[in-house]
Design a protein around this ligand. Structure first.
Ligand SMILES: [Zn+2]
Length: 328
């Protein structure tokens, strides 16, 4: 078990702000962690919460080993800590009955969730007498009434109460909420760091390259790209291989036509499936001419995925890709 804040990587600005706040004993009562998904905002939030509830802090930082520190670590599919003073709010995180609703919460973080989890406890001390920390995932999804209900507490919470709002679209938050928080910006992760993080998770180099092409600086997007189920793309992948190998250009054109019908996200997912197949073929024939050929084709697919991220149209990117592939 470790102190989470010390595992945050690639966010020098946020790290500096939070470390200084802890060292000076001036932790703000409401932060807005603002930045793309999958870059460490949530890790930082739980790390800060850990430091605030730790029973034996070391120079104001979480020790990482005491019972509160361990219980502040999120676990399970819903990534919820078992510590009663570290409370997570997120749309649809709780059953309707748990937050006093009749119907499930589908559209936004409802005022019911804010009432049950925050306001009902606002006047009480922390269960374990150190700090109460509320972490709001996707804070831009607070409904207008939930946001309004939160305002007063957010402005003047009871001593020892902290809010950490996480958002990839901070500008979509009500200005009244934003103005009551201290904004901490989180940036996209570098390809170098992403590659390291993927390697640490045991992902092999071909898959890493592919995941990087889809990552846009986010470890979450990188891992999602690897998880995608190949099943739905088999037909396209078969068509793609045929288009590369067929003597006539017709098959390549028809693949381009097919890509025209896809939106950008689907086109990326489709090319990821093609890339995985090419990488697997290259690996199967590693250290042979055939293997090298498929490795070059794989690199072209990677470039095409990057082009789609750079706003290239699926049809044009698809056509260019398959005409290049045929020339390899
Ligand atoms: Zn501790």
């Amino acid at each position: 078990m470790t102190a989470l804040l010390q595992t945050l990587r690639g966010q020098p600005v946020a790290t500096r702000v939070l470390e200084r706040a802890l060292t000076d004993g001036h932790v703000h009562h409401a932060y807005l962690f603002d930045g793309p998904p999958g870059v460490g905002k949530e890790l930082a939030a739980f790390g800060l919460a850990q430091a605030l509830v730790c029973a034996e802090p070391v120079a104001h930082f979480a020790c990482g080993t005491c019972s509160p520190c361990k219980r502040a670590v999120p676990r399970g599919e819903k990534r919820l800590p078992v510590h009663p003073d570290v409370v997570v709010l997120e749309r649809s995180l709780y059953e309707a009955a748990q937050i006093g609703r009749k119907s499930p919460e589908t559209q936004d973080i409802s005022v019911d969730q804010v009432r049950t989890l925050v306001l009902a406890r606002a006047a009480f001390r922390a269960h374990e007498d150190r700090a109460k920390v509320f972490i709001l995932r996707g804070a831009e999804e607070l409904s207008a009434s939930a946001a309004n209900a939160l305002l007063k507490t957010l402005e003047e919470p009871m001593r020892g109460t902290f809010f950490i709002l996480l958002s990839a679209q901070a500008d979509a938050l009500l200005a009244t909420i934003r103005s009551r928080t201290q904004r901490v910006r989180f940036g996209a992760l570098s390809d170098e760091l992403l590659s390291e993080l993927l390697a640490e998770r045991g992902i092999d180099p071909e898959a890493r390259a592919l995941a990087l092409a889809a990552a846009k600086g986010s470890i979450e997007l990188a891992l999602n790209a690897l998880k995608q189920d190949a099943a739905g793309y088999e037909l396209f992948v078969d068509g793609a291989i045929e288009a590369v190998l067929a003597p006539s250009f017709a098959a390549a054109l028809s693949v381009g036509e097919e890509m025209k019908r896809l939106n950008r996200d689907d086109a990326i997912a489709t090319l990821l499936a093609v890339g995985r197949k090419f990488a697997a073929t290259a690996k199967e024939h590693a250290n042979t001419q055939v293997g090298d050929l498929w490795a070059r084709r794989f690199a072209l697919v990677e470039q095409a995925i990057s082009a789609l991220h750079g706003n290239g149209s699926p049809q044009l990117v698809g056509e260019a890709l398959f005409s290049r592939l045929r020339r390899t």
